[in-house]
Design a protein around this ligand. Structure first.
Ligand code: ADQ
Length: 468
């Protein structure tokens, strides 16, 4: 059996015992790495003066963990620059926020080449290589240039933008061409796949071959949708763990008879947080009976705090929460509980279960795992209501949620009002459908589907080469 090599910007190795501390994705990838005697390669998280190409190697549970550092220039130009200030906003349709600098573009390709050179000495001929996310699109192209012919797959965790949006990126062609160095590209949804196809057909002058491969730039690649899931069983169990019960009970006690709406996000302008606060404010204005009856708990962990747009959104939210609370709060009721910290997963599970409504309204999101976690953590006898943005990848699977357009404040208010008053029978019916999906299409299913497909398409490639 060939080894699995996972390459991602950050390596997140779960602790030996505590599954709960790591996310479902890290746990699922790590489990596969253990099974296939694998290597996890990525950035150490350190920024240093002198970067060495040779990776630092550690071993844990039969998995080789190989990391490399970034220089200050790499960190500014590759990580904060091209990856997080160009590709991230652009792929989320925020052309207004996407900054483009040729020097950052060069750094992006340079750091990818260094990743490839760091990884290369660790590779064996029959390895299967799986690269993750927008930081590392050119990784395979670099490896191919060095003569590596192993099967290589790529999974994009964020949306693939419509061609008209992608065209605003001066080096769009180099980015898409780099994708063609892989054997298989995985997108979150069918819509992302469709956007990719549109680009290939109408911008790259390519075609779809009879066997389903995409052909362009003199190369071919398979591509498909592989919607990522969570470890739903684990999340359901966690919701009843002692830590979850403690958090559930503390929250319920603090609420009394009032209802709780929860939002949990990285603090990011793609998550639609100002719009969410505005919709909640409108609920209190248009339906005054909700005053003193409901609060919004918004947990927003600070992220990418040295990128200016992230400082702006943080200030905007603090001031909006302060203004809304100033206008509506009473001595024993605060409308918005706005918390900038991160919680252990077991605590989150308890808070999900204690909340009657989850308001998950990103303006664009590859998938959104919080929506799935909320569903998995509900009490089957008395489940809460999920309100979900149509622009989250998750909406394409979770259509039994109340699906809203996050730009339409009135529609979000109506959904909130409906959720506040939804009878138990309807809540149970909707939740059952959501839960079936979240459990069936879980993270192991996503991982195994992708790895299996990568094996298959690389076997087809070998056959085609032998036949020619
Ligand atoms: P993210 O943009 O980070 O992921 P999301 O899918 O919601 O978004 O995942 C966030 C994860 O972090 C969840 O597991 C959540 O529980 C956790 N989290 C968030 N805030 C937290 C807090 N305050 N405390 C503790 N945990 C917190 C990117 C893409 C998504 C895609 C995922 C996976 O942007 O669209 O779904 O990758 O592919």
């Amino acid at each position: 059996m060939s080894r699995l090599i996972v390459v991602s910007n950050r390596v997140s190795v779960p602790g030996p015992k505590d599954k709960a501390a790591a996310g479902g994705l890290a746990v699922a990838l790590y489990a596969a790495l253990k099974k296939y005697d694998g290597v996890w390669f990525g950035w150490s998280g350190k920024v240093v003066d002198n970067v060495k190409t040779k990776a630092y190697i550690a071993h844990s549970d039969g998995v080789t963990v190989a990391t490399t550092d970034l220089s200050h220039e790499d960190y500014d130009e590759y990580y904060n620059g091209f990856a997080n200030s160009t590709l991230w906003p652009l792929f989320h349709y925020r052309t207004d926020l996407a900054a483009y600098e040729r020097s950052h573009d060069k750094s992006y390709f340079r750091v990818n080449a260094r990743f490839a050179h760091g990884l290369a000495p660790l590779l064996q001929p029959d390895d299967l290589i799986w690269v993750h996310d927008y930081h590392l699109i050119p990784c395979a192209e670099e490896l191919r240039g060095m003569g590596y012919e192993q099967p290589m797959g790529f999974f994009l965790h964020i949306p693939f933008p419509a061609p008209q949006v992608l065209l605003t990126l001066p080096n769009h062609q180099a980015i898409v061409r780099a994708l063609f160095a892989y054997d298989l590209i995985g997108f979150q949804t069918e819509s992302d796949l469709q956007e990719f196809e549109d680009y290939v057909l109408h911008e790259a002058g390519g075609e779809v071959l009879p066997d389903g491969r995409y052909a362009a730039f003199g190369q071919t690649v398979y591509a498909d949708a592989f919607p990522i899931g969570i470890d739903a069983k684990d999340m359901s169990e966690m919701a009843w763990s002692p830590e979850a019960v403690r958090h559930h009970d503390r929250m319920r006690k603090s609420m009394g008879e009032r209802k709780m709406i929860i939002g949990v996000d990285r603090l990011d302008y793609t998550k639609g947080l100002p719009e969410r606060f505005a919709a909640f404010e409108r609920l209190l204005t248009q339906y005054p009976e909700n005053r003193d009856r409901v609060s919004l708990l918004q947990i927003a962990t600070t992220s990418r705090a040295d990128v200016p747009d992230y400082i702006d959104i943080q200030e905007e939210l603090q001031s909006a929460a302060g203004r809304i609370n100033g206008q509506f709060a009473d001595f024993d009721w605060v409308p918005i509980r706005y918390v900038n910290r991160s919680y252990p997963r077991r605590s989150l599970a308890g808070l999900y279960r204690a909340s009657e409504i989850a308001l998950i309204t990103p303006l664009r999101d590859g998938m959104n795992l919080v929506a799935k976690e909320y569903v998995a953590a509900q009490d089957p006898e008395d489940p809460g209501v999920l309100i979900l943005s149509r622009f989250a990848g998750a909406a394409q699977q979770l259509d039994a949620a109340l699906i809203v357009n996050p730009y339409d404040s009135d529609a979000v208010v109506e959904a909130l009002q409906r959720a506040m008053n939804m009878p138990l029978e309807e809540r149970c019916e909707r939740w059952r459908q959501l839960f079936d999906n979240v459990t069936k299409e879980d993270v192991s299913c996503w991982r195994d589907d992708f790895v299996e497909r990568l094996r298959k398409v690389s076997a087809l490639k070998v056959k085609a080469v032998e036949a020619s």
